[in-house]
Design a protein around this ligand. Structure first.
Ligand code: SF4
Length: 290
């Protein structure tokens, strides 16, 4: 049977998938808001052990329709290694229709179009990417190690080879009173990336994260509910992508559950947010004018 090291995370939409932990931790592991892999020393699992465990798993149950390769940015693995793994997965689990993986924009950009095409042909159907914000100033502040242009380039490569992308954004990363001003840049980057899926989470102060330590020292003040909603509102107001992008903001961390398709449902989503924001004190100038 499959064994796992440390805490294993997966996107909500992969809840029915077989989770295959090919790497442990995150090779980037610098983001100030993220505590997911802070206790893990990044390493690649032994291929022969992993394959043996997969063979055992397949003897017990074969009928997985989706498989998710973990951990944090498993696309950092070499293309040859990923192809060997995906070929093995397809052999052992013939009903699998889609393989998903977490990646950073840098992982994608390190691979050539030819490599990405081979991965697509081997079954890679979706890549989950954390953009968090489209502002380079804020990306630097949260130590993401990547710039908005890296994401735009990565998105174009994925579109070219036909691999779907699911992009995550986070409200409140700059703290109270500062986060809304970055939403316009986020809208611009997402409009250019034009991902198949985009979701907004609300900042949670993760155990082990640098931001939690800043909060404890009184250096970071989290944004409140109205401010978080207003950030999403400003994002939607400036979004001009051609879509269609499935938009979700219905994670347990969100204050208001939102779901729709972009750009079709932008006005409807904005109306829902307007109806929910009560506190005038949080409304910045741009919002009051809208
Ligand atoms: S947010 Fe993603 S890239 Fe950053 S440390 Fe966490 S898992 Fe790694």
């Amino acid at each position: 049977m499959l064994t796992y090291e440390g805490k294993v995370y997966r996107p909500p939409s992969e809840w029915r998938s077989l989770i295959v932990q090919a790497t442990v931790g995150c090779s980037n592991n610098t983001c100030t808001f993220c505590g997911m892999y802070k206790e893990d020393h990044f390493h690649i699992k032994e291929e022969k052990d992993l394959f043996r465990e997969l063979e055992e798993e397949a003897q017990a149950f074969q009928d997985y329709e989706k498989i998710f390769i973990a951990d944090g940015d498993a696309l950092c693995l070499s293309t040859d290694r990923l192809l060997r793994l995906m070929t093995k997965l397809k052999d052992l689990f013939p009903l699998c229709k889609r393989i998903g993986i977490y990646a950073t924009a840098l992982d994608i950009n390190r691979k050539s179009l030819e490599e990405l095409k081979k991965l697509k042909e081997a079954g890679l159907g979706i890549v989950y990417l954390g953009l968090e914000t489209g502002s380079n100033e804020l990306l630097k502040k949260i130590k993401k190690n990547m710039e908005a242009e890296d994401y735009i380039k990565a998105a174009a490569k994925l579109h070219e080879v036909g691999i779907f992308q699911s992009v995550t954004l986070i409200t409140g990363l700059a703290g109270a009173g500062k986060s809304i001003s970055y939403a316009k840049e986020t809208a611009e980057v997402i409009s250019q990336m034009n991902p198949e899926y985009v979701s907004y989470l609300t900042l949670m102060l993760d155990e082990g994260s640098e931001l939690l330590e800043s909060y404890k020292k009184g250096e970071f003040k989290p944004a409140g509910p109205d401010e978080a909603l207003e950030e999403i509102y400003v994002f939607l107001d400036h979004y001009h992508g051609k879509g269609p992008s499935v938009f979700r903001s219905n994670h347990a961390s969100n204050y208001l559950s939102l779901a729709g398709d972009l750009p079709k449902d932008v006005e409807n989503l904005k109306t829902q947010i307007r109806a929910s924001i009560r506190n005038e004190a949080y409304k910045d100038e741009s919002f009051r004018r809208l």
